[in-house]
Design a protein around this ligand. Structure first.
Ligand code: IMP
Ligand code: MG
Length: 181
């Protein structure tokens, strides 16, 4: 399997991804300089496994102090469609209370995952809870959620690469592709 596979069509180059990530990092740095003035740490909460690559690139473009934590959530549906049945199999380890939570996902699709995480963190006395996603598919939304930082809005296509998988494959690719056929 490689990016040369005939069923992969380039959707977003590595350069375009990095430009979108840099733009998000600039906005986040500026906003959290103000938000954390009255105290609390910024904790970036990475949704495993897909947001791992995005998080690693984004965090290295941010120079202010930032903590990292991980959650693992799955929503079981059929095929490429998720459902509202979200299950969390790994929770954060840092104390949330009084700190600023920024949830990082690589793509917001139906919105069920983010809705679940927003509800979870807003019950835990965080100083603030926001959402950042590299990609956003607004046409697929089922749960109404506000995404504070969006890298790029994309059309309704199934994407792989840069953390996005199909049956756990293709996450390691540097660019993002549509899966054809
Ligand atoms: P949601 O709960 O439907 O918003 O789904 C969010 C999760 O579904 C994302 O974080 C991805 O892990 C996965 N997902 C959504 N769209 C795609 C896609 O086009 N390719 C691969 N995974 C996707
Ligand atoms: Mg994900």
């Amino acid at each position: 399997m490689s990016a040369n596979s005939s069923n992969l069509k380039l959707f977003l180059s590595a350069e375009k991804i990095q430009a979108a990530v840099a733009d998000l990092a600039t906005r986040i740095e500026a906003d959290y300089a103000k938000l954390t003035e009255s105290g609390g740490d910024l904790i970036i909460v990475v949704t495993l496994k897909g947001a791992l690559f995005f998080a690693a690139d984004l965090m290295r473009k941010i120079e202010r102090p930032v903590l990292i934590d991980f959650v693992r959530v799955s929503s079981y549906g059929s095929g490429t469609k998720s459902s509202g049945n979200v299950v969390m199999t790994k929770d954060v380890e840092n104390p949330v209370r009084g700190n600023h939570i920024l949830i990082l996902d690589e793509i917001v699709d139906s919105g069920h995952t983010i809705k679940f995480l927003l509800e979870k963190f807003s019950q835990s006395e965080a100083a603030s809870v926001k959402v950042c996603s590299l990609l956003n598919k607004p046409s697929r939304r089922e749960a109404q959620v506000h995404v504070d930082y969006v890298g790029l809005d994309v059309e309704d296509k199934f994407l792989v690469g840069y953390g996005l998988d199909f049956n756990e494959k293709y996450r390691n690719l540097k660019a993002i592709y549509t899966l054809e056929g």
